[in-house]
Design a protein around this ligand. Sequence first.
Ligand code: PRP
Length: 187
Amino acid sequence: MQIADVQGEIDRELVSKAQIENRIKQVAKQVSRDYAGKNVLLVSVLKGAVNTMAAFSQALSINAQMDFMSLSSYGAGTSSSGSITIRQDLSTDVKGRNVLIVEDIVDSGRTLDWLIRELKGRGAASVEAFALLEKPSRREINVSVKYTGFEVPDEFVVGFGLDYDERYRNLDSIAVLRPEVYQGGQA
Ligand code: PRP
């Protein structure tokens, strides 16, 4: 889906399809160098990271295994503790593996911080992260993100995996949603 298909609902494009592709290729080149000979395991968190995972994994020039996790967070983004539980676990034993977490966005940092601790606790040899987007103004936990695509402002961002109420995930670029769309809604 393209912005033209949902034009009335979008305020403006933030990152174009070409910019996303180019940046993912750049990061993939760097990761391919950094992980040469290391049998990397890519771990992504459903559902938002799926588009990034697909594009990023294909842009690598090294073999990479892939696995997925589904998490549910309670109270994340509020002043509460934001505890996270596993809805669907990995099928891979990460012990001794070099894990690279692939995320669509790091917002408060709670999800990534929790996941890095969890995977290290399972005995991974190394755990690093690639996040396509970062919202620095919303960061609550100073978690280390080794590879980043773009920094975005604190606005309602959708597309390339990011949703509002399960919509816009299949938009091929990243855009800011018009406030009218979520006014009175969950946002
Ligand atoms: C999003 C995103 C990250 C997390 C980032 O997932 O994919 O996993 O939130 O936010 P944080 O840094 O504040 O923890 P979400 O819970 O919206 O689920 P989804 O991927 O299914 O959309």
